[in-house]
Design a binder for this molecule. Structure first.
Ligand code: SAH
Length: 215
């Protein structure tokens, strides 16, 4: 009998399709990036389940459906330059890296940034730059981006962030209070200004300002 993908990986793909993910490039990227390489050792068995999991520094790796959904909404092209706020485990950055030219990802915990950098290197995600930094204060010399993805909940979307979008750029972000209703927002930079659309309710860890003091 030929070796097929293990059943948990088949369920993983099936669940994404069942929940409405249809972009073949996104499905392929989700298939190619081993989520079990981004979770704690103790959670390896649960890596293919459609749930968020705890990682170091009290943060989380997002639920696979939400990763795929946010990625799909960005309509990524091979020539795009993408900014991610909130590297966490590096999993979302790895997915993005398969679908665009360059990813810059900012993380406020040094320990998370360092660990994500090692994982991404092992998986040959050579077009990702992991930086210790604050998504509320993106360094000016990083320039403009075709796409921006925020993976921590912001109470309000800072104007300084939408200002970093190229013309026709897209930004996706969870917006809302730490313990209250958070909604995924899609923002498009158009000739007529920003066009904002609410997508679905979500639950993310909060975006906090500044570099974390703890390691
Ligand atoms: N995208 C991640 C999950 C992110 S969890 C993954 O695929 O694993 C949210 C992350 O955002 C956390 O690691 C948190 O430390 C980080 N974060 C919160 N506020 C931030 C800020 N202002 N700048 C950069 N990163 C931030």
């Amino acid at each position: 009998m030929p070796d097929g993908p293990p059943p948990e990986k088949m369920m993983f793909q099936l669940n994404l399709r069942r929940r409405g993910i249809s972009d073949q490039r996104v499905l392929r990227a989700m298939d190619n990036v081993p989520r079990d390489a981004f979770v704690d050792e103790a959670d390896r068995m649960d890596a293919w389940r459609d749930t968020a999991l705890g990682i170091a520094c009290g943060q989380t790796i997002s639920q696979p459906f939400v990763v795929a959904y946010m990625t799909e909404r960005l309509e990524l092209r091979d020539d795009h330059r993408v900014l991610e706020i909130g590297t966490g485990s590096g999993y979302q950055a790895a997915i993005l890296s398969r679908l665009c030219r360059e990813v810059v990802t900012l993380e406020r915990f040094r320990a998370l940034a360092d660990r994500a950098r090692v994982r991404l290197k092992k998986l040959h995600c050579d077009n990702v730059e992991v930086m210790l930094g604050d998504g509320f204060d993106v360094p000016a010399d990083l320039g403009q981006f075709d796409r921006i993805m925020v993976t921590a909940a912001m109470e309000q979307l800072p104007e300084a962030l939408t200002a970093r979008l190229e013309p026709d750029g897209l930004l996706v972000a969870p917006v809302g209070p730490q313990s209250g209703r958070q909604t995924l927002i899609l923002v498009r930079q158009t000739d007529a200004g920003l066009v904002r659309k609410e997508l679905l309710d979500v639950r993310f860890v909060p975006a906090l300002p500044g570099i974390a003091r703890e390691l």
